[in-house]
Design a protein around this ligand. Structure first.
Ligand code: MIG
Length: 653
């Protein structure tokens, strides 16, 4: 890996190694104009362009226009250039094999063969950028080198591989009890329930509404006895309110972002007017992260960080309509998109960070704000707790994957977004986000039985498996549907796979590998494999082949080599060897079909209802391999180590 340095780039801590400098950006033409730099590279017809993590478009990014500018948006359509994250890593794989990472927190435009231009065009809205470059034999090896340069991926506790239930709208203890009961009565597995903003006192971080949760500590302990964790949300903004101790301390210590007049910037979000913590200031980071003690003292060990793009409903500079009206206006399309975009830019240009004594405009460093919030939480939780914790966030930048996981935000209950979930997973893994997943069942709009079952069958392979939806939409807990046994079948699949998923996740994280890969990364010489985007390699032994279409009871699959087909029907795993080539496979709504690669094994556990019952040693093996490297530990210790691998040898049998 080499880097070409333009100007004096802002330190993002994305790359954790020392990288030698070079004086060119290979393959690209470079044009420096004013304070922006444009990079162009002609593409050959067969070049695939991978990367960009959390963006719309395909696994192959060709044809798309993407803008790194972290945005709170539920508009997950191809026409939308910006989602919640900025992952400026690209791989050109074909006539050349070249990886390039544009490391800048500024806004960056990517046009990848957009309108059939036949070229990649990257415009950095800054003249200061580190351009990291990797040359290897293929896209997979490029990714490996990149992952080793950005540092070891976040390692969650074992329970984070369980099933999580969530809904924006659970209000009080009774609502959470009902979820526990719904799972218990129907013998559905469950490991955690997320607490959305309604647990707080008027949406104020680090508070609890006492009327709804009179004794949270006891409640947490009670659920923990059943193996169920509560996972509270933490928003980015701190409510401006005398008497709010966090607010008062933040003001006194100067930890909040400033406005144009050198006062404290005010942004309207859920709690009303808030201040934004200056996460770019390391003291402020430590201070904010320490506030999580409020939760850990209640026995909480899992958290999700939201609104950290940061999302702004209105600000002191763009007052306009109030909070809820603003959201309604957006949903009803009463504002033109351009107007919303312009307001957002105006807001981001009007507040400031303090970095090493210098005033830095938020707009210029916007894309690392959420990442630094995750860093703040993770670094302190690591000090507070002597064991692992669950942490995932909405906004991110490359590097954030060392500190926590991410979820992909406010998707919709539709089949396109189930497919999008599949497309996102390998791209996120390329950027170091191993612990990730989407809102299973969809966030916006009403889900339906078939969509949720198929979605669960996809999420069963993603490390984060959380059913989450918005306020006011139809309920989507598994137990509200007819024939709940079918949901039980899919959830039992997940729990039987946990020994494999956990073992493969740990090996991937500890060796700097991806957990979920495009099929082509395993079969780089195979022209058909290069064209497939919905059969993913999960860990080192599995190819997943989900059904992603409404009404479909079968799908075609391409096997680059002979493999073992596995069909799980809720009770048993049925296996059948299959030759290389095209096949049609069938799966009912309660079934999961996947493949075990040649010469590989997959450990399968017993059907259990909680990760506390998962036995990493009592296993059955699928596939035609001779042995398996099983990673085993207690799922909680921070002393993770490759030494915890036990080789299970079947060669003599
Ligand atoms: O403005 O906390 O993406 O998961 O349920 C919406 C309420 C704020 C957005 C998150 C979503 C969460 C919701 N939040």
């Amino acid at each position: 890996m080499y880097k070409k340095v333009f100007g004096t780039p802002f330190e993002t801590y994305a790359i954790t190694q020392t990288v030698p400098e070079t004086d060119e950006v290979k393959y690209f033409s470079v044009k420096e104009e004013g304070n922006q730099i444009t990079f162009t590279l002609p593409l050959e017809n067969n070049d695939i362009v991978y990367g960009l993590g959390e963006t719309m478009g395909g696994l192959n990014k060709r044809g798309g226009r993407y803008i790194s500018f972290n945005t709170d948006t539920a508009d997950h359509q191809d026409s939308n250039p910006s989602l919640y994250a900025s992952h400026n890593f690209l791989i050109v794989d074909g006539s050349i094999h070249f990886g390039v990472f544009f490391d800048t927190p500024a806004r960056v435009l990517f046009e990848i063969d957009y309108c059939n231009s036949g070229e990649i065009k990257v415009v950095c809205e800054t003249d200061c950028v580190n351009v990291y470059q990797i040359e290897q034999e293929n896209a997979y090896l490029i990714t490996r080198e990149f992952l080793s340069a950005i540092g070891r991926a976040y390692i969650p506790p074992l329970w984070a591989f369980g099933y999580g239930q969530s809904r924006f709208g659970y209000m009080n203890e009774a609502d959470f009890e009902a979820v526990v009961q719904g799972h218990e009565e129907n013998q559905l597995p469950l490991d955690y329930i997320c607490m959305d903003i309604d647990y707080m006192d008027r949406f104020i971080d680090f508070t609890v509404d006492k009327k709804r949760f009179p004794d949270l500590k006891t409640f947490v302990a009670k659920l923990k006895e059943k193996g169920i964790q509560l996972v509270p949300i933490v928003d980015a903004g701190i409510k401006i309110e005398p008497g709010n101790a966090v607010y008062e301390e933040g003001v006194a210590k100067g930890y909040f972002c400033k406005n144009k007049e050198d006062g404290l910037f005010q942004a309207g979000v859920w709690p009303g007017m808030t201040h934004f913590t200056d996460f770019l200031n390391s003291d402020a980071r430590a201070w904010f992260g320490n506030q999580y003690r409020f939760y850990t003292e209640q026995g909480l060990e899992g958290f999700w960080n939201d609104m950290n793009e940061p999302a702004i409903f209105y600000s002191e500079y763009t007052k306009g309509p109030k909070k809820l009206n603003m959201i309604l206006d957006m949903l009803l399309g009463r504002f033109r998109k351009e107007e919303i975009e312009a307001r957002r830019i105006r807001d981001y240009q009007s507040f400031f960070h303090q970095v090493n004594g210098k005033k830095v405009c938020h707009y210029d460093v916007h894309n690392i704000y959420g990442y630094f919030m995750t860093m703040a939480a993770s670094e302190q939780l690591d000090k507070i707790l002597d064991h692992r914790f669950l942490l995932f966030a909405r906004s991110s930048y490359i590097g954030a994957g060392r500190y926590g996981g991410i979820w992909t935000g406010d998707n919709t209950s539709c089949w396109e977004h189930l497919k999008l979930n599949v497309l996102h997973m390998p791209s996120l893994n390329m950027c170091g986000f191993l612990y990730s997943g989407a809102d299973t069942g969809g966030f916006m709009g009403n889900t339906n039985r078939e969509l949720l079952l198929r979605w669960l069958a996809v999420s069963a392979f993603t490390p984060l498996m959380r059913n989450h939806c918005g306020k006011g939409v139809a309920r989507q807990e598994c137990y509200v549907f007819e024939k709940v046994e079918e949901f039980k079948d899919i959830l039992s699949f997940r729990y039987r796979m946990i020994p494999y998923l956990y073992s493969e996740y740990m090996k991937a994280a500890l060796t700097g590998d991806m957990f979920i890969k495009p099929l082509a990364f395993g079969f780089p010489e195979d022209d058909w494999a290069r064209k497939v985007d919905d059969q993913l390699l999960v860990g080192g032994s599995i190819m997943m082949t989900p059904i992603l279409e409404e009404g479909a009871m079968s799908r075609s699959v391409y096997l680059p080599e002979q493999m073992t087909m596995v069909k799980y029907d809720g009770k048993e795993f049925h296996t059948m060897p299959m030759s290389a080539g095209m096949h049609q496979i069938e799966a009912r709504l309660n079934e999961v079909v996947f493949f075990v690669l040649k010469d590989k094994l997959v450990p399968i556990g017993k059907a259990v209802n909680n990760t506390s019952e998962v036995d990493l040693k009592d296993l059955q093996f699928l596939g035609d391999g001779q042995g398996y490297e099983m990673y085993i530990d207690d799922g909680m210790t921070k002393e993770y180590d490759l030494k915890n691998i036990v080789y299970i040898d079947f060669s003599a049998i």
